[in-house]
Write a protein that binds this ligand. Sequence first.
Ligand SMILES: [Zn+2]
Length: 333
Amino acid sequence: MATAIQHRRDFEIEYGAVDELSPLIRRIECRNPGPFTFKGTGTYLVGRGQVAVLDPGPVVEAHLQAVLDALGPDEQLTHIFITHTHSDHSPGAKWLQERTGAKTYGHGPHGQVGPNDPNDKVDFSKYFTKEEKDRYDKEYEDLDPALKREGPDLEFRPDEKLDDDDEVAAEDGNWRLRAVWTPGHCSNHLCYSLEQESVLFTGDHIMAWATSVVGPPDGSMADYLASLRKLLARSEQRYWPTHGPSVDDPTTYVQSFLAHREEREEQILAFFSEKPATIADLVPGLYAAYDKRLWYPAAGSVYAHVLSMVADGRLRVAGGGDPKLTSTYESPR
Ligand SMILES: [Zn+2]
């Protein structure tokens, strides 16, 4: 029996408008909707007076200007935090810094980029009907192509590197944020806890609208699962992800993610136990219910599972060699 994750996709936003979410939290949505970003990047303003921005998003000037315009006459942008170095989260930091002098914070520059072998790629194009290709091409046709992907941002370097449990506070004392290192989706991923409101900003680690993509080599399934368990030990009452609506029952929700991953693992093991096969053979069946564009990142997530199962001996590469995205895998028994 499949564990149903209770995703939430009810989410009304007006691009560029300031959503007042709580005494200390405001949010402005960037107009970069897509299969990986849902309605777009939600940029948070934390605090009143001296204000921190969390995940400025891509360099979309109308959006970043709206962030600056949200500040009242007595307010000042002093800190810029990023959850991780992906193109829909961090590039806007530089634009804001140039205009405000605010300092940037994050876990570090981006980790390893791309597969070790550039030819190690899956191709699902034969599964796309002409109608689907046309529809997908049209869906976001008025968007800049650079906004349609969630790739690494290789330029971001934080002024200050934050490690797990590091705390940063406004000089005027109106807010405090604590970094929670949560590798998995991305090796430098941080969540941020606003203990004053019992809220955790979860970036792309936990989202209400969808599961997180874990793509090796920078993403790691073992790290992701450990980072899910890490959240179970915490006490925040609400999560604010960078995309989509809030998570209001964090413990139940995170537990359902862990159960979902365990089931995926069993499905993957069962598939390769029948006969030697590739990840590209598995994904169309396993993700039949999903938008086919998501099969590519799904293949990455399956690969992440497979790597951890090769590491602990539950699977092996047929004929030996390094475990690649395109390798044939089999059960050792
Ligand atoms: Zn994202």
